[in-house]
Design a protein around this ligand. Structure first.
Ligand code: AMX
Length: 435
């Protein structure tokens, strides 16, 4: 076994005792209640999921295993000369709760390289898509096509003990994560740069560095990729992509089914696709302005026009957060250091000055502050990834680290098939006494 897998197994054995004690001795303790508006309104805020991989505080933002994003970026080992850490190290942290040593990351880098060979039929699946298909649809199908590689399914058919589910799930998850960046880069080159042909991975590079290489991008795009994958990795369990992955896996569907499903959830404009919507919306403003930076008044008018048409301001608001998203701040700081004079960055920064006040004045959004998506497309655009349909593919690669870490732990702790109860509108009316 690898160091990571050994360490994970140790943690699983310790943790199983905690979960068993909670259920056996405190199983009937009430931790939340459900209101009518929560039942109708997307189950917002109901405490009904358990994860130790990350926690989202409404005011502080995300912590991975107790570490804030700035702490994660500072503490994880980095490639020589890089500003951003190895993404491989993040996987170690998410799974074990420990910051890996340089040696542990080195071992994981080799493990990932050994697992990243993509079977040829996946390229055939991607090539079979018409070139005007959305890259998220292609990614979802490419991941789905890998399902025949599942170790979990083979072992399940042979009659595996529940206590061992985590092991083959770990193998499947790690195999899939290692392949995802290659699949993403292949989709990018096929759709937007067919002249690049099919690049083979560079055996000397880490996951982020190799992704930049396969995309045909020079430095600092390797750091952009590391940053992007790390900040998008997890946002606790209730968001659409993480929840979908967890839900599908709870029926013991393997990680290929679960990841393809989570990708489909991420593809919606209220979730991961918002980063592409931000760019589309900003381009609309830029076109209207004939390229010049708009004045504060022009900016305000554009925001109000959007709201008055009954549309949302993409990149603003959040179901849980109630302050500026730290993922936005990390990217803003990257922009201030690396692209302070970029026009789109100036637009985004100017928006930050006007949108929160306007959303407060309108009085609908519970959170008037920017989320991760307000800033992420700008960074990609600056480094030449101007095809904004592709941005959610990048989000998916990052998100798979968190979703798959969660699924491994779900299996290790024997989390149950998910099956909440529904009621009818008649029943609700009876419950509140109007029928
Ligand atoms: N612009 C305009 N109106 C907004 C708004 C925004 N950015 N954010 C929320 N509102 C509106 C809602 O549409 C809702 O209106 P309604 O009462 O007419 O239905 C009202 O304010 C209350 O919504 P809420 O409770 O504050 O938000 P929510 O939990 O229902 O939804 C979210 C959260 C993210 C879907 C919403 O803020 C939104 O649509 N934002 C824009 C899209 C976006 O940036 N999504 C990315 C989120 C991050 C991610 O998942 N990647």
């Amino acid at each position: 076994m690898s160091t990571l897998k050994d360490k994970l197994y140790e943690k699983i054995q310790e943790h199983r005792l905690r979960t068993t004690k909670l259920v056996k001795e405190y199983g009937d303790k009430v931790i939340d209640q459900v209101t009518v508006s929560q039942a109708i309104g997307g189950m917002r805020g109901i405490k009904s999921l358990v994860t130790d991989i990350s926690y989202l505080d409404p005011f502080e933002g995300i912590r991975y295993r107790g570490f804030t994003l700035p702490e994660v970026l500072e503490k994880l080992p980095k490639p020589e000369g890089a500003d951003m850490p190895y993404v491989e190290g993040l996987y170690f942290l998410l799974l074990t709760g420990e910051i890996p040593t340089e040696i542990e990351v080195e071992e994981l880098k080799v493990d990932f390289k050994n697992r990243r060979i993509v079977p040829h039929y996946v390229w055939d699946v991607i090539d079979a898509f018409p070139s005007n298909s959305h890259p998220m649809a292609i990614l979802s199908a490419a991941v789905m096509s890998l399902e025949r590689e599942s170790h979990f399914n083979v072992k399940y058919r042979k009659g595996m003990s529940k206590m061992d589910y985590w092991d083959s799930t770990y193998e499947d998850a790690t195999n899939l994560i290692a392949k995802m960046p290659l699949i993403g880069a292949y989709i990018y080159n096929k759709l937007y740069h067919p002249e690049n042909g099919h690049r083979y991975p560079d055996p000397n590079l880490d996951l982020g560095g190799n992704f930049a290489y396969m995309m045909g991008k020079d430095k600092p795009y390797d750091d952009v990729s590391r940053m992007y994958f790390i900040i998008h990795a997890d946002h606790e369990s209730g968001n659409v992509s993480a929840h979908t992955g967890h839900l599908v896996a709870s029926s013991l569907s393997d990680v290929y089914y679960a990841t393809s499903a989570m990708i489909n959830g991420l593809a919606g404009p209220l979730h991961g696709l918002a980063n592409q919507e931000v760019l589309r919306w900003l381009q609309g403003l830029k076109d209207q302005m004939g390229g010049k930076i708009p004045s504060e008044e022009e900016m305000k008018k554009y925001v109000w026009d959007t709201l008055n048409k009954g549309q949302v301001i993409p990149g603003y608001g959040h179901a849980v957060l109630r302050k500026t998203d730290p993922r936005y701040t990390v990217q803003r700081e990257f922009c201030l250091k690396n692209l302070p004079d970029d026009d789109l960055f100036k637009y985004v920064d100017a928006l930050y000055k006007v949108v929160p006040d306007i959303l407060r004045e309108q009085g609908k959004a519970k959170n008037p502050w920017p989320n991760v998506d307000a800033q992420s497309g700008v960074v990609q655009w600056h480094y030449g990834v101007t095809q904004y349909d592709f941005y959610t593919v990048l989000f998916s690669i990052g998100r798979s680290f968190g979703v798959l870490s969660n699924i491994i732990w779900d299996r290790a702790l024997g989390y149950a098939l998910e099956r909440p109860k529904s009621v009818t509108t008649d029943m609700l009316e009876e419950m509140v006494g109007i029928k």
